[in-house]
Design a protein around this ligand. Structure first.
Ligand SMILES: *Cc1c(COP(=O)(O)O)cnc(C)c1O
Length: 365
């Protein structure tokens, strides 16, 4: 048996190290994981109550079209119900976009250090991948536009970009959309948009009104704190949503995911609290890095990428031994680590651990 030649070299996704494994391997009792951009405050209690109410229905298939949640989200965003599609996380929306729009020989454009699922799914469809270098950690939309040809099908813009945390402004994105030909689908991945406090961040919904070839990706995994329930969504023009719906599995989101998302969406106090704590956390990190003489990219999501001026992998390993899990191993930023913003107490712990580690490891020149 031979699998498709274009998948044989694909890596199997390496998740952040599970807390329990680290505890066991290193004999630690307390481990702090700030590696997967999860919500340090958990999720809304209303979401947990909604899940409890669904417990008696687990033998019944979920509503494949997620009608109730679709109606609530359509109202929330001021769009029509035929403009929304759900996935098992926005990861699955990315997969479905690739499945619906990319075939062998098609071209797709993305940044050279961005969310890995764009490239991964484009490779599975055997599309030709064009990676455009980030400029100071930010999508270079001018250079990306230059790569557009008649064969370009999909352009991926991760805003804020994961792992750098930088944003493209409203003016930049609008300029880009005004120039991109109509046959190109532009994916604006806004997984962290609810965290944004910078007024120059684009209003994706307003852009969608103006440019029919846009699809917005959103998720309940980040600020809503429902990562384990696997639910995210796309907002686009009805014809785009219909095409993606044609490749969707019938029951791709669960009862628990749908019910929890509906409740979480309505808990505005919880969202506002998480956004504000995150803002304070980013300010704390920026201040701490400045005091340590380290440079970080301007962070807008719930994570920050900092240049530790040493092998990121070595710093990662040393932090791990102190019971702190972060992310390293970003191919273009080998001396950087990415840290998820935690609670104030967690943020203080990671900075204390980092201070100690920086003493232990020599600066890389
Ligand atoms: C976390 C993340 C997602 C998707 O998360 P799901 O849990 O699959 O919804 C999508 N894009 C980016 C940039 C992310 O960081």
């Amino acid at each position: 048996m031979q699998p498709k030649p274009n998948i044989v070299h694909l890596p199997v996704y390496q998740p952040g190290k599970p807390v329990d494994d680290v505890k066991r391997e290193l004999g630690l009792t307390e481990v702090l994981k700030l590696a997967s951009n999860e919500n340090p405050f958990g999720s809304s209690p209303k979401a947990k109550e909604a899940i409890a109410r669904e417990l008696d229905n687990i033998s019944i298939y979920p509503d494949g079209a997620a009608v109730e949640l679709t109606n609530a989200l359509a109202k929330h965003h001021g769009v029509n119900t035929d403009q929304i599609i759900f996935g098992a996380g926005s990861d699955e929306i990315i997969l479905m976009i690739a499945r619906a729009y990319l075939a062998s020989g098609d071209e797709t454009i993305m940044a050279d250090q961005t969310f890995p699922q764009y490239k991964h799914n484009a490779q599975i469809e055997n599309a030709k991948i064009i990676e455009v270098p980030l400029k100071e950690g930010t999508h270079d939309l001018y250079a990306m536009l230059e790569q557009v040809t008649d064969k370009t099908k999909v352009v991926w813009v991760c805003n804020p970009n994961n792992p750098t945390g930088t944003i493209n402004t409203s003016d930049e994105v609008e300029w880009f959309l005004s120039k991109v030909p109509a046959h190109v689908l532009v994916v604006l991945d806004e997984a962290y948009c609810e965290y944004l406090v910078d007024p120059s961040y684009p209003d994706g919904l307003a852009l969608l009104q103006k440019y029919p070839n846009v699809i917005l990706l959103r998720t309940f995994s980040k600020i809503f704190g429902l990562a384990s329930l696997r639910i995210g969504y796309g907002i686009g023009r009805p014809d785009v949503i219909r095409s993606i719906n044609q490749v969707r599995e019938p029951f791709n989101t669960s009862r628990f995911g749908q019910a929890a998302a509906l409740a979480a969406l309505q808990d505005e106090d919880f969202i506002a609290f998480c956004r504000e704590e995150n803002r304070k956390g980013l300010a704390f990190f920026n201040q701490a890095f400045e005091e340590l003489g380290l440079k970080a990219f301007p962070a807008h999501g719930n994570f920050i990428m900092v240049d530790v001026q040493r092998s990121g992998q070595e710093v990662f390993d040393a932090l791990l031994r102190k019971g702190v899990i972060v992310r390293a191993g970003h191919k273009l930023y080998p001396t950087s680590i990415r840290i998820t913003v935690g609670s104030q107490e967690q943020n203080e712990k990671v900075i204390a651990a980092l201070k100690a580690v920086l003493q232990e490891i020599a600066v890389k020149v």
